[in-house]
Design a protein around this ligand. Structure first.
Ligand code: 13P
Length: 265
């Protein structure tokens, strides 16, 4: 088994958002593991599959996640601080203690519904990486920003700020970046393969300029209305190393089909 920190590892991660009770989460994880073809899990160059249930279901899916099972377990959020008088928060070491291998940070729903800004996100990214978690950092522009033609500047500014607390040694396989245009999330309207690929290329160029080869080697995932019907062409567009999947990850057959596309394209 490899370390999953190799250059441009392929990842498909299901963000279950605020869905599924514990028993439902456990059943879905078990169904996935039961149906994942062995060769996808065993070969070094295939896709790495993750799930991100709610905090309270992390423990319920543990039998299916590493190290006991083949899935990678991500939390959907992570506090910036380790512990203290922060009612309602869950810190990075607590997430590890609950079995998480990583955390999604800076999702647009956290930014827009819960007021998370770039400075907070930067602290969260640093804290999670320092605790040994993997991080899926989400960036992406709202519709009005794309319409104004400022999407690349917007995304690169988010990236600049989110990574501002990191040292060069933090730029390794534990840092995964997901481009999720806000207008594509939950709308059924994914970015075109060309638009997604162009943005990924800009992000990779930026990472390379700032961090050299360690920047160039990062896994860049696309998220936003990924479905069985569009996963293969998105994957084939170039510079896309996998997906962060919302709605379609709640259905085992759809999610497995997307995983298959990410592994074979
Ligand atoms: P959908 O796949 O439902 O558009 O959600 C994408 C997303 O937000 C993943 O984090």
């Amino acid at each position: 088994m490899n370390t999953f920190d190799e250059p441009r590892a392929r990842w498909v991660v299901g963000n279950w958002k605020q869905h599924l009770l514990r028993a439902q989460a456990e059943t879905l994880a078990g169904t996935l593991v039961g149906q994942l073809p062995d060769e996808l899990l065993d070969r070094d160059d295939t896709v790495h599959v993750g799930i991100a249930p709610t905090f309270v279901a992390l423990d319920a899916v543990r039998p299916w996640t590493r190290p006991a099972g083949p899935l990678w377990l991500f939390a959907q959020n992570c506090a910036a601080q380790e512990s203290g008088a922060f009612t309602g928060e869950v810190g990075p070491t607590m997430l590890k203690d609950a079995g998480a291998n990583g955390a999604i940070i800076g999702h647009s729903e956290r930014r827009s519904h819960f007021g998370e800004g770039d400075a907070l996100i930067a602290s969260k990214v640093r804290g999670a990486l320092d605790a040994g978690l993997r991080v899926i950092l989400c960036v992406g522009e709202p519709l009005e920003v794309r319409r104004a033609g400022n999407h690349e500047a917007h995304v690169l500014a988010q990236l600049t700020q989110a990574l501002s607390h990191l040292k060069p040694e933090h730029i390794n396989g534990r840092l995964i970046i997901a481009y999720e245009p806000v207008w594509a999330i939950g709308t059924g309207v994914a970015a075109t393969p060309g638009d997604a690929s162009t943005m990924h290329n800009r992000i990779r160029t930026w990472l390379t300029a700032h961090y050299g080869q360690s920047g160039a080697d990062r896994s860049l995932l696309y998220g936003g209305s990924v479905k069985p019907g569009n996963a293969a062409e998105l994957m084939a567009a170039g510079d896309i190393d996998g997906f962060l999947v919302g709605g379609a990850s709640l259905d085992a057959a759809s999610f497995l089909s997307i995983i298959q596309s990410a592994a074979t394209e």
